[in-house]
Design a protein around this ligand. Sequence first.
Ligand code: AMP
Length: 290
Amino acid sequence: MEEVAPVKIFNDIDSLKSYLKELRQKGKSIGFVPTMGYLHEGHGSLIKASYAREDHTVLSIYVNPTQFGPAEDLDAYPRDIDRDIEVAKACGADILFFPNDEVMYPEGYATYVEVENLTETLCGASRPSHFKGVTTIVTKLFNIVKPDRAYFGQKDAQQSLVIKRMAADLNMDVEVVVCPIVREDDGLAMSSRNTYLTPRQRQQATILSKSLKRAAEMLQSGVLDSTTILEEMKAMIEAQAEANLDYIQVVSERTLKPIEKVNENALIAVAVKFGKTRLIDNLTVEVSES
Ligand code: AMP
């Protein structure tokens, strides 16, 4: 039987780097799952995907301040590190990295990474500095961990696309693997932020996945016109008393630019606020050549 390595926990960059360097020198593959913690089965699926393929899986938990806007939920973001350690172990992560702000952004910190074009729309329009924070922290984490592959969720479709773009543009030696959305039984996409919802909001929040399901049915029945699809989805969402639509769009999966007709691979992306809680979900539409 293969020997199972004990879980190692790191809080500082140098000791994590030297531990990983030894593993790399032994020819071990390294998978990496960056998260903000408060782990659920969505995160678990990324850890399991890495565990299935890699010799070692690094999980990072860091609530990155630079990706939160001034009026957003940085301080309120849910945290439960002890539970996260248990979930991470159970899913197969064997190296955990929990840095703090001083470690990631020491005094004098001045460098940021920005991806253009893909970051101004959808979530980038509602959260103007968000992706700059994401690409900066992910670059730093990639430089620290130097993974063979990094695992991200399709739940954050725009983020995954932006990270792929960045990795390609900056010639990073990492393969970006995107894993499917994990949902609750009633269809709600799992999210650490679901914990903020009141019971009534939680019930109404299923409208995101329900409206996307309706869009899929319309496409299946041959309705390819974006306006028709979006109007129906919008009406469904706006019928929920607590729902405030942030955006809903049909965009090209490649460019994230709106498309009028679904005749190329597309993404239907939606963001809805319930009180202060902003939820996102999406559907990818594959269009075959024929
Ligand atoms: P977060 O902790 O929210 O920053 O998410 C960390 C990673 O988990 C990101 O790559 C997310 O896309 C992914 N993730 C979050 N929720 C889900 C989900 N429901 N299904 C699959 N992946 C997810």
